[in-house]
Design a protein around this ligand. Structure first.
Ligand SMILES: [Zn+2]
Length: 62
């Protein structure tokens, strides 16, 4: 599930919550924990650079 992204441009990802299938958009370099708006599950955690995504990416938005 971990995809390697070498580009330096920031992106948004549309991700799907593994718990409730809610789809929402996450900034690639999120600086705070991103939670599912429906069930509250952590979808991404900050790492100082790119966020550590914990949800399935369904689409890249540029
Ligand atoms: Zn959810």
């Amino acid at each position: 599930m971990v995809s390697t992204i070498r580009e330096n441009r920031s992106k948004f990802f549309k991700v799907k919550c593994p718990d409730c299938d809610n789809e929402q958009t996450i900034f690639e370099k999120a600086s705070t924990v991103v939670k599912c708006v429906v069930c509250g599950r952590d979808l991404a955690t900050p790492t100082g650079g790119k966020a550590n995504l914990k949800a399935e990416i369904v689409q890249e938005l540029q």
